[in-house]
Design a binder for this molecule. Structure first.
Ligand code: APR
Length: 339
């Protein structure tokens, strides 16, 4: 993990401001979970097989090829369940327990903030959750939260048994990759590696085509296809969440600070919360690996840019309020309340 790059003067001015801040927002994106090993969307790792991850996150993609889209989401569910919250998730959860006027707005669907003990009443999941499921039949309103079944249907289990993609050599075509896969699995001198999960995010690894009847179906209406309860491109954010966030922003009191953590701030309406908070008086503190990612409005006088890994920087920035994160983590593990 990278070491901190925060200038002492910036740390001091930020922590002074934080100390006297009553109303604080955090807008988080995929970079928050990068230190947990989950890929972001627009940087390296934004490709899933040969697909731009964003292109699979649409109702059109699901209508065209529900099997492929479910394989993508089943893989993401699996990876998210295997990942652990990192110190930044714990730090935000601790701040939320400590500061009543603090609200996290997360674009992440991976469940890591919840697993870090972030109080639910102070966490708004703008883009839903990988672990929410809903029926697609227009006559059925079945929804389910916190479905952690992995795989969600037997056909969506991650295929096992082959070599890791790194050992697939340089074959980049499907046929070449299949050949090296078969060679590695059955060829002379190669050890069988049964039981090892294949990395199906790599398009050199063969992935089975799934029959529509083997995809998850609705337990209520019986014939509707289930889909992940995430907000896809072209869909509206959940109205309840928009209203709750707007109510917070529109309270008569000013907003003191918005933390913008690990997001390219390109996707609206989420990214619009930066300007809305600023319009209510907030100073902006960006935590990002990439100095170019400061949102459309850029930075203004009095803002901060903290360059580096959120997993390192966020606990350090918040330490003056929440103490040492290793202690906080232990406390969070013992608490389930929404305090
Ligand atoms: N620490 C801090 N920032 C990081 C780190 C890290 N370790 N790693 C990457 N980043 C930054 C990148 O520089 C980038 O600015 O995180 C940001 C990730 O940006 P995106 O991949 O665009 O992810 P995000 O902003 O969450 O995307 C928003 O788009 O695809 C949709 O619905 C999806 O919620 C997602 C939304």
């Amino acid at each position: 993990m990278a070491s901190s790059s925060i200038k002492p003067a910036d740390l001091e001015s930020f922590q002074n401001h934080l100390r006297y801040s009553d109303r604080v927002l955090a807008l988080c994106g995929a970079g928050l979970s990068a230190a947990s090993g989950l890929p972001t969307f627009r940087g390296a790792g934004g490709l899933w097989r040969s697909y731009d991850a964003v292109s699979l996150a649409t109702p059109e993609a699901f209508a065209r090829d529900p099997g492929l889209v479910w394989q993508f989401y089943s893989y993401r569910r699996h990876m998210a369940l295997q990942a652990q919250p990192n110190p930044a998730h714990y730090a935000l959860a601790a701040l939320a327990r400590r500061k009543k006027g603090f609200l996290t707005l997360s674009q992440n669907v991976d469940g890591l903030s919840q697993r870090a003990g972030h109080p639910a009443s102070r966490l708004h999941l703008l883009h839903g959750s990988l672990f929410d499921i809903k029926c697609t039949a227009f006559y059925c309103n079945y929804t389910e939260s916190n479905n952690f079944t992995d795989p969600i249907a037997p056909a969506l289990a991650i295929p096992k048994g082959g070599p890791s993609p790194a050992s697939l050599g340089t074959a980049t075509s499907g046929a070449g990759a299949t050949e090296s896969l078969q060679h590695a699995m059955h060829g002379a001198g190669s050890k069988p590696q049964g039981g090892k999960e294949l990395d199906i995010s790599d398009d050199r690894v063969e992935m089975p085509e799934i029959d529509a009847k083997d995809l998850p179906h609705c337990p209520r209406c019986g014939d509707g296809l289930l889909r992940p309860g995430v907000v896809w491109f072209g869909e509206r954010l959940p109205e309840k969440i928009i209203n709750e966030v707007d109510n917070f922003i529109e309270e008569p009191k000013k907003i003191d600070l918005i933390l913008v953590i690990g997001t390219s701030a390109q996707v609206y309406p989420a990214a619009g919360y930066i300007d809305k908070a600023r319009a209510k008086g907030a100073r902006v503190a960006v935590v990002n690996m990439d100095r170019a990612d400061t949102g459309r409005g850029g930075l203004e006088k009095g803002d901060w840019f903290f360059e580096g890994d959120a997993g390192v920087l966020v606990p350090e920035l918040l330490k003056s309020e929440i103490g040492d994160i290793s202690n906080t983590e232990r406390r969070a593990g013992n608490r389930e309340d929404d305090g």
